[in-house]
Each structure stands twice: as C-alpha cells, then as structure tokens.
Write a protein that binds this ligand. Structure first.
Ligand code: BGC
Length: 517
C-alpha cells in the first residue's frame, strides 16, 4: 500500500491495512514470541507475490501502452519521494531478467509465484482491437519458465495499473470498463489458460476504489469523496462476476483452473469487551473486507453497509443511496464467484465505538463511524501505520472462516515487512516478522481448525513501493538500483524463508503435520 494513501487512510481512520497486538478482548500485553513447532501441511502453497508496475520496468518497450501509474509518475513527480518518480520506468527490470528471476524463485524453493499481468502491456489502448503480441509473448515465456521449474503461476489480472486510455474513458467510474475487462480476461484465458490454474481478477479492490476514486493515494486519484469508491467498487464487482461466469461457462471444463479476487484487510480488534466496541469492530470489518467478500460469497453488500449508507445518504439530501444497488439478476450472477478466499494482511488496529459522524461529512469513513487506532506501545516499523501484530493474522483468518466459510480454502495472498532505504535485513527484523505471523497462521490451522492453504510473501525483491518509491522496502533480495543490471543479492530473510518453505517448519525441528498423517 502506498505511503500517501496510508497517511490519508490514517486520517480517514479506515482503509489502511494498518495498525496491532493482544488477545481477543484484551490488548493490554505484548504478543507472545512462542513459535509453533508443527509443520505446515505438505501440500501448502508457498510463494512470493508481486505486481507488474512494481517490478517489470520496460514501461514503454515492445509496444506497451501507458498505465495510470506511468502517467502519474511522469506527470506528478510531487506525488513521489524527491527524485524517485521515474524509478518505476526501469523498476527492478524484471522484463529483462526472466531467467535470473525464475532461477531465484526456484532457489528459494517456492511452489507458487503470484504476479500480475499489465493490462496495457497486452492491450496498449485497453481494448481488444489492438493486441500487443510481444506483451503476450513476454508472459508466455515467464509462465513456461515457471512451469519448467514446477512453480505454479497465480496470476492477478489487475494490480492497479489501468491502461491510461481506459482511464480517459472514466476508468472504474464508467461501467464501460466492464466489457473492456471481460475482453481482456478472455484474451488471457485464451492465451494462458492451459498453463495458469490460479487466477485472480483484481488486487485489493478496496485500495483501487478507495484510493483511486475516493480518499486518494492510489492512481488515478480521481477523487469523488463519499461516492467514487462505491461506484468504482460496483463496476469492479460486476466485472469480476462476469469474468468468473465466463471462465465457468467457457473455460473451466477444459482448463480446470480456479478464479477469485484478492482482498486486503487490516484486522480491527474490539478495543474493549464492551458490546459497543465489539459491534464497532464487526461493523468496520464488514464494511471494508465485507464490502467485497459479501457480494462474491453471498451475492450482495452486507446489510449493515446498505442500511448505513442509505440512511446517511438520505439525511444528506441524496435521493438514492450513495451505495449502488445490485439488481436481482446481478445478485445471482455475483453470488459464489470465488473458488478460494484470499487475504492480503499486514497490520491490525483497535476499533472503538464513537458517536455518529456529522452528516455534513460525506465520506466512506463517516459511513462507518468507528474510531480506529494503534496504541503507541505497539511494535513499530518504518511506516507509521505498519505496526507488527502477529496475533492479528490469527484473528483475521479465523474471522474470515467464521463469516465466509473456509471450505474452498483461504490463501494469504500477501504479507511482508516494511523497512527503509533499500537496506539489507537481519534475522531480528523481516525473518522474525514472517516467523511470528506464520506461527499465528499455523495456530489458526491446528488450534482453530481454519483451512488456510497458502502463504505468499511480499516480496522476493525490493520493488517499487507505489508513491513511496524505494524509500520503503519489503524484499528478501536487495536490489542495487544504481547498477544497470539491478543486481539482486539475498538478505537474511531470504535464507530463513527458504528454510521455511522447503521444510514447512518455522523452527529447527518440527513435529509432522497431523494433516499429512
Ligand atoms: C499491495 C502491494 C504493496 C504492498 C506492500 C499491498 O497493498 O498489494 O502492491 O506493495 O501492499 O505495501
């Protein structure tokens, strides 16, 4: 998540994946450093996650079209740390390092690689009448090389980099994006579907829509406070449903893959045991994660969300709710459009009841009207909102299971640790972070019976962190951004994660997984 958006998100107290520790109903003590010694199951999906803009570079090579991120990097240097706006033009130069990077993934021992396809690399104008074969060839080559090393591709169709041309037509605020996205998805299934068995339509729609069209902080920053996020989400969800149904009717029988959407959440823990705080935490979790999960699982937005936005809209003088409504036909189309559940997790926060926000404030945050905060003594990282909260991981996946079921499995599609300035890490920082989060996920699996089926670390490389450039890093490999070759060098966290994914064990020796016996 971007730095700017996070700052705004804190101000809005809402959409960050932010904030941290404690045990249900009691946050008065630090988390335990005790680490599970039970192996993860043998069939667990272990991987790395990344996204095209953050990695590929080659922003205008071989026929690629301009994305909203290219456009904003070139036209709004002030949105980036000084002098870093052009860093994504070359990025980690993954476009020219396929062999080396696939070899690194194989060396790390992962069995899954989550990456995104840049829509404008395949369709430079966003539309199907202008196909860039060189873009298709690039991803075909990457997929073939991954498969040759027994690494399963998990492909994100959209990780925030809308073609600029689609944005000129209104982007997610215009429902014409729906057929354009369906055409793009059709092209992907036709070209890659024989090899790709794991698809996600959108990455973090809450950020795409909240940051892109409402609160700000994500390109294109076409801000319509209190309305843009909902309109974007509505079109995005309808596009997702159509792509899921397309796959189901036309491709699934032969290609035998799975389709879902990647959702993120900053877990909100009740600030106290009071029923008001418990209700407040549930409300925010439902109106953020549930904004997307409810439609794809149950076919509609959560009731609390529909009721609150309708009521506030009415008091604000709107003739209809700012939250659009699905038709019955759309509800039927979207219900059940997921073959696995997902969660991008980073931090957590406490949620407390507050008075209803003034009706003069038309915003996503005031529609929720919950106070969120992180106590000052929670463990910090370089990023304000990002406190280390391993227990939040366990509570979050358990809540997802309790609210949406886990029969189809829950994959942690992102988790990672922020440090600064393209640095090397040590075992006390990023390695420990993954260990403690994974230990809590392991507890969720074995102690709470939650069906978590995979974990993708963000990320193998120090990549481009949106409007934070390379001021914030998450990689297990250092990247020398001053060298033309973008030299990659492993950090301590790379060795630790390699040990975990190859043994399934977080400590030196483990008990076998009861699931394998
Ligand atoms: C995004 C990634 C980003 C990560 C780390 C997530 O919100 O999906 O693109 O790099 O957070 O901040």
């Amino acid at each position: 998540m971007t730095f700017l958006f996070l700052v705004l998100a804190i101000a809005d107290c809402l959409f960050s994946q932010s904030f941290a520790y404690g045990v249900h109903g009691s946050h008065a003590h630090l988390f335990s450093e005790e680490v599970s010694n039970i192996s993860f199951p043998k069939n667990f999906m272990w991987g790395y996650a990344t996204a095209a803009y953050q990695l590929e570079g080659a922003w205008n090579e071989d026929g690629k079209g301009e994305s909203v991120w290219d456009y904003d990097a070139h036209n709004h240097p002030d949105w980036w740390p000084a002098g870093q706006n052009l860093i994504g033009d070359v990025g980690v130069d993954a476009y020219h390092h396929t062999d080396e990077d696939v070899a690194l993934l194989a060396k790390q021992g992962v069995n899954t690689y989550r990456f995104s396809i840049a829509w404008p690399r395949i369709l430079p104008t966003g539309h199907i009448d202008n196909i860039n074969q060189k873009g298709i060839d690039y991803y075909k080559d990457l997929i073939q090389k991954l498969k040759a090393r027994n690494i399963e591709p998990l492909v994100t169709m959209h990780h925030w980099d809308n073609p600029r041309a689609i944005e000129d037509e209104g982007g997610f605020l215009n429902e014409s994006i729906i057929p354009a996205f369906v055409d793009y998805a059709t092209l992907l299934f036709d070209n890659f579907g024989d090899d790709v068995k794991w698809w996600v339509t959108f990455n973090e729609p809450k950020q795409t829509c909240g940051g892109g069209y409402d609160v700000g902080g994500i390109s294109p920053q076409n801000i319509h406070r209190g309305t843009g996020g909902y309109i974007c989400a509505h079109n995005l969800l309808r596009a997702h449903a159509k792509v899921y149904r397309l796959y189901e009717s036309k491709y699934k029988a032969t290609q035998k893959g799975r389709v879902s959407m990647v959702m993120d959440e900053s877990w909100s823990e009740p600030a106290s045991n009071s029923s008001a705080d418990i209700e407040a935490a549930e409300r925010i979790n439902l109106m953020t994660y549930g904004w997307y999960a409810h439609p794809i699982v149950f076919g509609d937005y959560p009731d609390i969300m529909k009721e609150r936005v309708a009521e506030r809209s009415s008091k604000q003088g709107f003739s209809t709710s700012r939250l659009p409504a699905f038709t019955d036909e759309e509800k039927a189309e979207i219900k059940g459009t997921y073959d696995f559940l997902t969660i991008n997790m980073y931090s957590s926060q406490l949620a407390a009841a507050q008075d209803e926000a003034p009706y003069t404030d038309i915003s996503l945050a005031s529609d929720i009207s919950v106070t969120v905060y992180q106590p000052d003594d929670w463990e910090k990282t370089v990023t304000d909102w990002f406190k280390v909260v391993p227990w939040g991981a366990r509570h979050l996946v358990t809540w997802i299971r309790d609210t949406y079921g886990d029969e189809k499995g829950i994959i942690v599609t992102e988790n990672g640790y922020h440090d600064s300035g393209n640095v090397f890490d040590d075992l006390d920082t990023r390695g420990r972070y993954h260990k403690l989060y994974l230990s809590n996920i392991n507890d969720a699996i074995y102690k709470d019976g939650v069906n978590v089926t995979g974990y993708m670390a963000w990320s193998l490389w120090n990549d481009i962190e949106w409007y934070a450039g390379i001021v914030v890093n998450l990689g297990h490999y250092h990247v020398d951004f001053d060298s033309p070759n973008r030299t990659r060098t492993p950090k301590a966290s790379a060795a630790y994660y390699q040990q975990v994914v190859t043994t399934g064990c977080l400590v030196d020796t483990c008990e076998p997984s009861p699931k394998d016996l």
